[in-house]
Design a protein around this ligand. Sequence first.
Ligand code: HPA
Ligand code: ZN
Length: 360
Amino acid sequence: MTRTKHNAKELAKVLSFARFLIWCVLHLHIEGTLDAELLLQLAKKYKVKLKWKTVAQIRAAYQFSSLDEFLALYYQGCNVLRDYDDFYTLTLRYLTRAARANVRHVEMFVDPQTHTNRGIELAMVIEAMADAALEAQRQFGMTTLLIPCLLRDHPIESGMDTVESILDIRQRDKRFKNWIVALGLDSSEANYPPKLFKRHFQRAKEAGLLLTAHAGEEGPPAYIRQAMKVLGVNRLDHAKRCLEDRKLVAELRRTQMPITNCPWSSLRLGVVNKLADYRLDTFLDEGLCSSIHTDDPAYFGAYEWQTLEACVETFGLTMDDLFQLSINSIVGSFASKARKIELKAEAYAGAARGFQHIQL
Ligand code: HPA
Ligand code: ZN
């Protein structure tokens, strides 16, 4: 399908329709929601010396030319996340913001090793996030799930210990049994192929967790295949580079493997030089189960709405495209069947109201 760039009037119409749609967030690192204000506040609390003194200085410093360059700053930021209150505040702050963008369901990534390596107790981190999630459910009727991720550039054995800790926490407290829904894989991708984590993913699957992995963000299409064939993932994160491999695209279409695209993140990490090069329109035209996400919104300077707006402008997304992306975010989620039905009903009702609104 050929899409043309919207003129100002069309753009306003599509965006006002978009305001009525609902979204599931499937690719969001909770540590990547640490905004400049909270970073300064927590640095003060712990007397951590930062290179920056103001919000403006921090924002100006967030310029990256690669995933690794970003990760160095991201892990540094994590150092101010220490006690229950920090993780509770971080989580509720993000969920509150997301609720304002019509997000109705959030699946949050957390990086356990980033915290346990500093002597922070994983059970405390998870408890704080769960309590914040409960508050978000109470206030906004929003549902959440948790996806702990293994850091692929950390020792294999540390990854295995992490899987066991996650399973143990999940077993010990029945609140977490279904809430910790999946295992993920993230951090530096180049030279860390998914197959290194075959045992970890097998163990998690046997224990009843679903599986997802970052693949094809910077890594080649072969890493996407490995995530599917060797790890047996239920979803793919990024998978941007699948477009380089026709056969892979055909398989992703046939299987309707959910893909969590993060176009703005890829722009900010230099994976693409301009947003148009991300080719989100191709993902849609190929009939892939693609949805749009923010990755690390505080670091990349775009939350849900800004990301959507940029994509509508750049790719000339239509109202049909937006509705499809909204539905894909529901279909690709790890929510229960019953919750997916509720979300779909909300999506259709929202779209109907949106159409009525733009007719006025
Ligand atoms: N890629 C890999 N690991 C990450 C990312 C990302 O974009 N953000 C936080 N950890
Ligand atoms: Zn990510």
